[in-house]
Design a protein around this ligand. Structure first.
Ligand code: GLN
Length: 196
């Protein structure tokens, strides 16, 4: 898809998909809201937003959307944030839940308890440009990653932003910060991916 503006979908079942669409536009992509498996075919990449992973999962399990999404993940770049990261993971805990299983990571839901379930941190990142603002909302924790997964930012020693080939996942909400480095990274991944 070289030389054209990447078309990146945002799964728009539930959650904060609108903020992702705005962030994608600011990062140089053309966003579109996706609600049906048939709409995946027109996309170069996809974001699975934050929200409630259980609700999204129930929706996806209808009308073969779950299988279509799993297949999309095998061929095109996908970025899961918060609930989206939970959907991508190989294993989900607290409680266990079905997932697409494409990202070699173990993710624990609601890992920070009720007292501190939402917070804004400035944390170390491997991305150029210094510490990254991270907005956490009832956030999961990436408890473990496989050898093929690269951590790009951390929270208290645990990976908060990871990349595995064409997949990215964040336990925070980059769309809610003004800093567009994370969306730029994903748009760059999509732009560099071979057309299929
Ligand atoms: N707590 C939610 C879940 O388990 C995720 C929260 C979010 O996406 N901000 O699905």
């Amino acid at each position: 898809m070289a030389n054209s503006i990447p078309r990146i979908g945002v799964l728009a079942i539930q959650g904060d998909y609108a903020a992702h669409a705005t962030a994608l536009e600011e990062a140089g992509a053309t966003p579109s809201e996706i609600r049906k498996p048939e709409e995946l075919g027109a996309l170069d990449g996809l974001i699975l937003p934050g929200g409630e992973s259980t609700t999204m999962l129930k929706f996806l399990e209808k009308r073969h959307f779950f299988e279509a999404l799993k297949d999309f993940c095998a061929h095109k770049p996908v970025f899961g944030t918060c609930a989206g990261a939970i959907l991508l993971a190989r294993e989900v805990r607290n409680p266990a839940q079905r997932s697409l299983g494409v990202l070699d990571a173990i993710v624990e839901r609601n890992a920070y308890g009720r007292q501190i379930d939402s917070s804004i941190l400035h944390a170390e990142t491997a991305l150029p440009g210094g510490p990254l603002e991270m907005v956490f909302i009832r956030a999961p924790r990436i408890a473990a990653i496989g050898a093929g997964v690269e951590a790009l930012a951390w929270r208290e020693g645990f990976p908060a932003l990871v990349r595995q080939g064409n997949l990215m996942a964040a336990t925070f909400h980059p769309e809610l910060s003004a800093d567009r480095r994370v969306h730029h990274l994903f748009v760059g991944l999509v732009s560099g991916a071979p057309a299929r």
